[in-house]
Design a protein around this ligand. Structure first.
Ligand SMILES: Cc1cc2nc3c(=O)[nH]c(=O)nc-3n(C[C@H](O)[C@H](O)[C@H](O)COP(=O)(O)OP(=O)(O)OC[C@H]3O[C@@H](n4cnc5c(N)ncnc54)[C@H](O)[C@@H]3O)c2cc1C
Length: 415
């Protein structure tokens, strides 16, 4: 049996980035990936912020900029804006994964594909990782094995919620209303219960589409078909080139570390609760995870107490933003079609469109909401609606120990 300092389970972006950083610090690292080909099967729409583009070091050819958003309410009202700012970039996700895997290899990590990890076994001075017929021993394990993490389950660590998604790459039909540089977001309880649908072009007449199902009982694929039917002006004559899908975990488990183990990326639900995007947070978390790993290995102390510094550093950087986003997620779940329609219509005027265009940030959506609340410009009717959900929001705020959104709601409501 071969011995390593670190075994990383899962060669996704988070695992590969952590592997590169730890191998780069001089430790023996093995990455075990269940699939034969890195990045496949694809389970992502590949929409990232310019920040994430930079952080990932992505060098792929496809980098289609998106300069605006249209939000379509359930009753068919549209709130939209387009500016010269790049809010998001569509990339080739498979290329991104392969590049990060190659970087890990170049830094000295060993990468084995076709190695599905079945479980971990405590060996006293390390952990034995069972991957099919193969066994390796490591001082430390990083579980970067995605949204359905087997290791997180083995440790009894679950996210608060899991959203199922169906997505596809399409060729747009002639005359589609989709605009080259605009992301379309579709709200509707029947085709995207507890989530939303999306469409964004990637150039050359192609686009990526998808829906999420945040409430049980609906089939994601059926919901995607419904979206296509509901908006013929966008999807008439569209040709599906390939389906993708998967699920995203929302709301991290209470702990993202255990004795000799750290959870990373989707396995730790390091995902934005409003959009389901996980690349920005996962890549950032990989840095925190790698620093904690290097420290623990240098001190030869991979105990849970020593690895707690990983969660502390992660929460210090992203805890407040994530808690605010979780409150917004609960608010979103409380909206029915009528309320979603009212809000879309309310903000559809020049002032709010410019305001939203200025502060919209796909990595930090709650910043925009706080800015809106901070203006004190919202009328009583809005606060009646918001505060009618307030008891619920209040409970969430308390649970999250987040004191920033509710006072803003209440304070502004008095104006
Ligand atoms: C439909 C859909 C669209 C999305 N669109 C976006 C988007 O546009 N932008 C964005 O930022 N995020 C998006 N996401 C989320 C994003 O894909 C994830 O957050 C991201 O991939 C997480 O990276 P990761 O490295 O943690 O996990 P993953 O990328 O899931 O990698 C985990 C790896 O572990 C491997 N693995 C799993 N189990 C085992 C095992 N037992 N043994 C060995 N290997 C194993 C898997 O094969 C995989 O390679 C989307 C998700 C879905 C489902």
């Amino acid at each position: 049996m071969r011995h390593y300092d670190v075994a990383v389970v899962g060669a996704g972006p988070a695992g590969c980035r952590a592997a590169r950083l730890i191998a780069g610090a001089g430790f023996r690292v093995i990455v075990l990936e269940e699939h034969e080909r890195i990045g496949e099967p694809l389970q992502c729409s590949g929409l990232i912020s310019p920040r994430t583009l930079e952080l990932s070091g992505y060098e792929g050819e496809l980098r289609h900029p998106l300069h605006g958003f249209n939000l379509h309410s359930p009753a068919g009202h549209t709130l939209g804006f387009q500016t010269n700012k790049t809010y998001a970039v569509a990339v080739d996700r498979v290329a991104l994964d392969r590049q990060l895997a190659e970087a890990a290899r170049s830094a000295g990590a060993e990468l084995i594909t076709g190695a599905r990890v079945k479980g971990l076994e405590d060996a006293g001075d390390g952990v034995i990782v069972h991957a099919g017929g193969r066994k390796v021993k490591a001082r430390l394990v990083i579980a970067a094995d995605g949204a359905r993490s087997r290791i997180a389950r083995q440790l009894g660590l679950y996210p608060r919620e899991v959203v199922a998604m169906a997505a596809a790459e399409i060729e747009l039909g002639r005359g589609s209303r989709a605009r080259e540089e605009v992301v379309e977001l579709f709200l509707g309880e029947d085709f995207a219960p507890g989530w939303f649908g999306w469409l964004f072009p990637t150039g050359k007449g192609r686009a990526r589409i998808g829906i999420g199902v945040g409430r049980k009982g609906s089939s994601p694929r059926r919901c995607l078909d419904e979206l296509l039917k509901r908006y013929p002006e966008y999807f008439r004559e569209a040709k599906i080139l390939r389906y993708t899908g998967g699920c995203v975990p929302i709301g991290p488990p209470p702990r993202i570390f255990a004795e000799r183990v750290m959870l990373l990326g989707d396995a730790a639900a390091q995902v934005k609760p409003i959009s389901g995007g996980g690349l920005y947070l996962g890549l950032h978390a990989a840095g925190h995870c790698a620093r904690a790993a290097v420290r623990a290995l240098e001190r030869d102390d991979c105990s849970a107490a020593s690895l707690a510094s990983y969660q502390e550093a992660w929460e210090a950087e992203f805890g407040p933003a994530l808690k605010s986003d979780l409150v917004l997620r609960e608010l979103f779940l409380s909206l029915n079609d009528t309320k979603a329609d009212y809000l879309t219509r309310f903000f559809d005027n020049d002032f709010w469109r410019r305001f939203i265009a200025r502060y919209a940030d796909i990595d930090y959506p709650s910043v925009l909401v706080k800015k809106i609340l901070g203006t004190g410009l919202l009328p009583r009717k809005f606060f009646k609606l918001a505060l009618s959900l307030g008891g619920f929001i209040g409970r969430m705020v308390d649970r999250a120990e987040n004191r920033c959104l509710l006072p803003l709601l209440e304070g502004a409501g008095k104006n």
